[in-house]
Design a protein around this ligand. Sequence first.
Ligand SMILES: NC(=O)c1ccc[n+]([C@@H]2O[C@H](COP(=O)([O-])OP(=O)(O)OC[C@H]3O[C@@H](n4cnc5c(N)ncnc54)[C@H](OP(=O)(O)O)[C@@H]3O)[C@@H](O)[C@H]2O)c1
Length: 307
Amino acid sequence: MKAAAIRSFEGPDAVEITELDTPPLGPDTLLVEMAAASINPVDWQILHGNLRGAFYHHLPVVPGWDVAGTVVAAGPAVRGVVPGNRVAAYARKDHIQDGTFAEIVSVPERSWAHIPDEVPFDVAACVPLAGMTADMTLDAAQVRAGDTVLVHAAAGGVGSFAVQLARLRGATVLGTASPHNHDYLAGLGATPVAYGEGLVENVRAVAPDGVDAIVDLVGGEALDATDHLLREGGRVASVIDPTVRERFGGVYVFVHADRERLARLLRLVADGSVRVEIAERFPLDEARRALQLSEGRHVRGKLVLLR
Ligand SMILES: NC(=O)c1ccc[n+]([C@@H]2O[C@H](COP(=O)([O-])OP(=O)(O)OC[C@H]3O[C@@H](n4cnc5c(N)ncnc54)[C@H](OP(=O)(O)O)[C@@H]3O)[C@@H](O)[C@H]2O)c1
């Protein structure tokens, strides 16, 4: 089968299109014919070798943790799905090797959900990692109706979900982005705020008493500003910096497979409650270019590879 892969940890530039063996069918896995696979920053982090302290890696590495496609085979212990079904998955394995940027993807039982008929493959492929991260981080920050929430990096893949899901919980949302994304954020239901120099003043200008919760998708200076922005008793969750726990009594989130959550998010997309912004679609053959673009850190919404 065709796949995008690396044979050395030299970043997206090292990605080549190659022929690899089709993954084996485990007793509790699905084989899925990839129709779409979305890009996440973790993919190019893996290509640089930045996760080698956290997971075993086996070269050649096919990057990609998100997939949407059609089931071609189901292991004998898998229930509730048959070949021909459309599924989406957060297909991270315990080791880094056979990712989703390939024609056939192996999907662990813990990670798939049926795609509602209304949702096309390219949109479904954007939901697993980014959507679940956003929802888990809102849970970690205990975001609820009546809260004022600040989302750092609100225009990106995770941020776009976080803004909309926080609005659905009944929160008022402030989101940081560059000025060219402010109309986009307003369209998602957030009050846009410029980041960088003046961040604290910019947030205070629209939330003079500070915010009840912070969703940190940036770290660094954004997280450093927490004490100046959070109200007494406020909650902060970060997907970037585990020191959020010691420094601010917050929660660090690392996304994990959660089939019920994924199914719920796909239903929200199907009924129009959540919209998915796709900045650009690329054929699988152009995976390198898509990963390079993601590494530039200014994608609005998501990038998708199509088979
Ligand atoms: N721990 C986990 O489980 C987990 C899960 C998912 C993601 N993550 C991490 O979370 C981060 C966000 O992920 P993502 O998928 O949303 O990334 P992404 O889609 O690549 O984010 C791109 C967005 O980031 C914005 N941005 C860049 N620098 C910023 C800054 N200093 N302040 C505010 N916004 C900034 C850009 O907005 P402008 O163009 O408007 O500047 C752009 O819209 C990544 O670092 C990723 O690795 C962690």
